[in-house]
Ligand binder design. Sequence first.
Ligand code: MGD
Ligand code: MGD
Ligand code: SF4
Ligand code: MO
Length: 750
Amino acid sequence: MHEDKPTYCRICEPLCGMIATVEDNKLIALRPDKEHPLSKGFACPKGIAFTEIVNDPDRVRHPLRRRPDGGFDQISWDTALGEIGERLTDVQRRHGSKSIGWYFGNPATFSTGHTLWTGVFMSLLGTQHVYSAGSQDVNNRFVASHFLYGNPVAAPIPDINRVDHLLVIGANPIVSHGSVMSSPRIRDGLRAITKRGGTVTVLDPRHTETAREFDWLPITPDTDALFLLSLLHVMFDDGLADETFLRKRTRGLDEWKSIVAQYPPEETAAHTDIPAERVREIAHALVTTERAAVYGRIGTSLGRTGTLTTALLDMVNLVAGNLDVVGGSMFGDLGIPGQRLGVAALQRISSFAYAGRRSRVGDLPQVLGTAPASVMAKEITTGGAGQLRALFVSAGNPVLSVPNGDELRSALDELDLMVSLDIYRNETNAHADYILPATTMYERSDFLLPFQMLFTTPFKQATEAVIPPQGEAREEWTVINELIAVLARRNPLIGLMHAGNVVSKRLGIPTTPRRVSDLVVRIGMGGNRFGLRRGGLTYRRLVEDHPHGVVVADNLAPGQLSKIITFRDRKIRLDAPELLAELDRIQPSVLPEFPLRLIGMREIRSENSWQHNAPLLLRGGRKHAARMHPRDAAERGIAEGELVTVASRHGRISLPVMLTDDIKPGVVAIPHGWGHNGSGGWTQANAAAGNELGSGGANVNALISSDPADLERLAGMANMTGVPIEVTGIKQERSAADQEAGGVSTASIM
Ligand SMILES: Nc1nc2c(c(=O)[nH]1)N[C@H]1C(S)=C(S)[C@@H](COP(=O)(O)OP(=O)(O)OC[C@H]3O[C@@H](n4cnc5c(=O)[nH]c(N)nc54)[C@H](O)[C@@H]3O)O[C@H]1N2
Ligand SMILES: Nc1nc2c(c(=O)[nH]1)N[C@H]1C(S)=C(S)[C@@H](COP(=O)(O)OP(=O)(O)OC[C@H]3O[C@@H](n4cnc5c(=O)[nH]c(N)nc54)[C@H](O)[C@@H]3O)O[C@H]1N2
Ligand code: SF4
Ligand SMILES: [Mo]
């Protein structure tokens, strides 16, 4: 039987509408959904290629158990769960619940059940060993919002539909499709700004795919805080800011005025390389253009002071009169009554509150219940109370995505138990004792719960599974329920959760992600409020009456701040001492032996580390390569395509170079997510991106420090951009070594 089913893609944040063609319970093809109200027939190559991933012969379809020789044997779910249960109970008996940990990766966020169940399970378990991709991504956004608004989950997004002057800092939405912002067809959204006479300016060390379409302003990596301070300087100095309004809405304005007075653009230009007159021009344009916004993402998150930089983005929006107003930087609305009080209450729970706990290693604050993944390896290898002994990794590949993968790789082998839930064998779960097969997104029903506040046009969609689980794959939340049953007897809170599961199941109303989502749909924007609002949305109505999704409001609503700020005086706090203390760290450090600066980049046909196995995405002989300016290459005698060594204070990797004018001299860009070294089960990925040394590309995170002292202090973020490096041609390296050897022999002859 041949059927076309509307659903949506859950690889990245626009969540584009898809039509899945299904025959005899097999996914045959995916095509963009023309009837999706926002993505309107757009999907990117990653989304289309997902058929290959669902049906990939390399996929893990059955539970696997590792043999002493490193290979894996297929076992039954019963055996796997029985053995894991025994070993987990043993770890818990000997070391307590606090020795059990979980790392959940990026795709977990795209599954309601996965996110909710891991969050609740770990929180009830009372362990501090919860890690996520967030400390390499977005945790500083949450921390900045915590300090400014007393609300970690409030994230302003640019009002793409109405903005007339958009300053994009450290984001490449034409490739990434937008982040911390769900805005399908983002390229069209950006083009529409210039079509209506507006401007888009892209501040980025690389002349990116986005910058190429608009105005490019090359900036020195990791100097954005200085640039933003200068914008504020000009706004105050030139009397552009509405101080009466600001005084009413904020605390700490005078302190900031005296701080920004110290950062005139004429002085910061030496670091940022942005001419003072451009800074002045931009500051004026942001204030005088009625609808203007600043938007920043990964490039502003992964520097040494990401939390401060992110707070400064909001401050620039605020001082320019662009925060929480139409056409500016706006807040999404769940439409749930009492949401402010809910957040305030959550923040009293130590497992959720900012710094409610601090990491054992490195003394770093917890963010939304998670610790910095960079310290995970040392949490395994450092003895003492609370040592991490049993680790679950779901939808993650931290050996490639976290700093210093080598350190983590060897630490994993010291665990008493490691269990992975994944759709593939990857470089991380090569070290797991068990790999449990997870469903892909098209094998589960879902609602876009975590993204509701991030849509630039408020939107809802729910989908049924379009195919049954392939092989013996199971949804993560059901596996977590099994673990809960195992641990119930030894941990009272887990026991309570287990009892809840059992009772609700007996009553015929089992707790499922669908039921939780239904609740949120009913009380949220456009919901039926349990019958109070006739014709309103329920989960079932979403699936049956709106299979292509439904726009619940034409635009974002201004004036959300009063619902967001949890401080009693309802004022934005600019004067958190923790933020102010970060000002001491913003001056870039100079290491003469590492004169170049490393930045990251995303590729249109990669998704972090996990889509390099799809033949459609590997077409055209893709190569993992470092992008370098010809001038820097010439100075080092390096030719196009040559194999080079890239070294930092923390490590070295080898890969070919690609010379390009589309990068600021002095900067080198290397995509992350490569370094498939054959330990994963990804046969295509392992063979791809070949270089002289072998295959699978290089792991750029070998160049990044996992030392707690090198992590950003407020969010424990890894410092992955602006890292000092040097690049040497391997030929030059060899001849230098030969010369040295030659020198020695000459000397010995004499
Ligand atoms: N195709 C594709 N799409 C993706 C992903 C993917 O792997 N592939 N990953 C998804 C994920 S997990 C995320 S979090 C989002 C990220 O979404 P984005 O943040 O839009 O993605 P990046 O391409 O990493 O963009 C970061 C930009 O910052 C620039 N940059 C680096 N350092 C600095 C700096 O110090 N200052 C400034 N101003 N700029 C800097 C880089 O040159 C780069 O262009 O993308 C998502 N979408
Ligand atoms: N140098 C550098 N490093 C970075 C970044 C950078 O910009 N530069 N970006 C960081 C960012 S923003 C992110 S988000 C992280 C990503 O870091 P991670 O999330 O640790 O790694 P991914 O490569 O996304 O791996 C995802 C894994 O999930 C599996 N998977 C896919 N779908 C499912 C599913 O439905 N269920 C289950 N159980 N498994 C599934 C895939 O097979 C894959 O093994 O990388 C970070 N690392
Ligand atoms: S941009 Fe591509 S990968 Fe992202 S949601 Fe849309 S189709 Fe999926
Ligand atoms: Mo990410």
